[in-house]
Ligand binder design. Structure first.
Ligand SMILES: Nc1nc2c(c(=O)[nH]1)N[C@H]1C(S)=C(S)[C@@H](COP(=O)(O)O)O[C@H]1N2
Ligand SMILES: [Mo]
Length: 220
């Protein structure tokens, strides 16, 4: 597997950059998950669309490793067996993609970020995480968002192994933020003392991405 391939451009990537410039899909409404299950400007879909930079890396469970490093007391490199040996959790949550589709009631299985944090034990200075994937994709999250009680590193969807197109063997799911924060083909989690921009965040998208506040694009 090549080291940190730079993400390739694709037609969809170029279009999504343009949407960020134009502020496309912004409704100007603010809402709250407690009162509105569907965030402003979103519509429901029944199928599960595939979105990525256009290169889907094939990573077998035998090849896959998750490297956890940076501001943690117990850095880890987990292979498939070590990951399966961690407590396994099932959760149901909704997906909200910044391109305006949402999908309700996805059943996930994997390791909750809570249990992962127990294992690696972030230091006092840890403030954010940078996720790096096998396709070269990166995305950043505040540690407080990564640590949300419904955030989960998943290996299965609806009782079946997560398919390659949806980020199998292992992806993150952070339901309370737009889905670009949920890195597919997860390879590395680095704990940092500062919130650096990942791929979409460098390309006009919001640093945090709260769907109920319509944090689609960066302010400037
Ligand atoms: N590694 C990686 N993760 C990624 C992406 C990507 O291009 N590469 N795209 C993001 C975006 S923009 C979205 S909307 C979701 C789409 O996930 P899905 O294809 O399973 O619907 O994955 C996110 N995670
Ligand atoms: Mo997306």
């Amino acid at each position: 597997m090549a080291e940190d391939l730079p993400p390739q451009d694709s037609k969809l990537t170029a279009t999504k950059r343009k949407w960020a410039d134009e502020g496309k899909f912004l409704t100007g409404r603010v809402s709250r998950p407690e009162t509105d299950r569907l965030p402003p400007g979103q519509h429901l879909v029944k199928n599960w669309p595939v979105l990525d930079l256009g290169q889907q890396p094939s990573v077998t469970t035998a090849q896959w490793k998750l490297e956890i490093r940076g501001l943690v007391h117990n850095p880890q490199t987990l292979d498939w067996a070590a990951f399966q040996a961690l407590p396994q959790t099932e959760m149901r949550s909704d997906i909200h993609c910044v391109t305006t589709w949402s999908r309700y009631d996805n059943d996930w299985k994997g390791v909750s970020t809570h249990d992962l944090l127990d294992l690696v034990d972030p230091t006092e200075d840890a403030y954010s995480v940078m996720l790096t994937s096998y396709d070269g994709y990166t995305t950043n999250l505040l540690l407080s968002d990564f640590a949300a009680s419904d955030a989960i590193i998943v290996t299965a969807w609806e009782g079946k192994p997560l398919t390659e197109e949806h980020g199998g063997p292992v992806r993150l799911v952070v339901p309370h933020l737009y889905f670009w924060k949920s890195a597919k083909w997860l390879r590395r989690i680095e704990f940092l003392n500062h919130d650096f921009a990942g791929f979409w965040e460098e390309n006009g998208y919001h640093m945090r991405g709260d769907p109920w506040k319509e944090e689609r694009y960066s302010e400037d």
